[in-house]
Design a protein around this ligand. Sequence first.
Ligand code: NAD
Length: 309
Amino acid sequence: GMRQVLVTGCSSGIGLAVAVRLAKDELKRFKVVATMRDVEKRAALEAAAGETLGRSLEIHKLDVCCEDSIRECENSLPDRHLDILVSNAGMGMIGPLECQSLTSIQNLFNTNFFGLVRLVKEVLPDMKRRRSGHIVVMSSVMGVQELLFNDVYAASKFAVEGLCKSLAVQAMNFNIKMSLVEPGPVLTEFERKVYEEAKNMDLSETDDETARIFRELYLPYSEKVFSSLGQSPEEVAEQTLQLIVSKDPPFRHQTNHLYTPMTSMKHADPTGHLPLDAFYKIIFQHDRVFNVSLGIMRFLQRRMRKPKV
Ligand code: NAD
């Protein structure tokens, strides 16, 4: 039979792409409940879902910050049966820590971390009883390797990873699978929202040097990273589908293999110096280090695209 999937945060980006990709599965393996906080924002999902709408894809309301909303959505499923949860809803935040209000930091954790906690508390007992299920969590490479001026966001993804890694051992006993999908930069609303906020950010709470590092070093670096290494949400969705259907899904899956060297640095040096030094060089000497490596990558890409004669 078809497997029942629930995806959160489907009004845009990766969540939308995952819901649509699973609903359009050629082998028709999935019935997708694509959820969003505000169903008024369903137009983009409906357009992308096309013919699958009302067939293999249904749109439901679900706010990950509200337990009642999660319960209501779960209760609306036949027998509350859920085979696969894709916890995707999340938000970003960049900028000097001293410029972020405690309220906005707590809001971010309320979505990225406590949102996952609420979902898992609702679905895990049923999955344990059935001794089957798969919890797939949209984490980030920043759940493994933090990045400056992403302090709060990285911390929220580290919290997500810690929670999942701890639960995964127990889940094994109940035949429940857990997987963390770790994308690098993905070209979605996420990026647009974060830069919009960064441009309008009030930097008066920090010193001039920090403000300058953020504006003149970090932001141009980050824009270069997105424009040169950014994946499409569809690419992430395709890999998420492959992970879901694989016989033995990995606990961790990085969608962008270019990040693997960076994320393995911390395992290579228990003192923690290696990743700190590397990131210091990348940001503070990026004209020398980053531009050179980017130049070489672009050159190779151009060469590889040239048609063979
Ligand atoms: P996005 O902003 O397009 O999508 C995030 C979605 O979550 C939005 O549709 C938003 O409405 C929804 N959402 C926010 N709060 C919610 C709530 N309380 N209840 C329900 N939905 C809520 O961005 P995206 O890039 O598609 O992000 C999806 C996930 O991927 C996030 O968890 C993000 O951290 C992660 N991620 C993104 C990137 C990237 O570069 N874009 C990289 C790594 C990981």
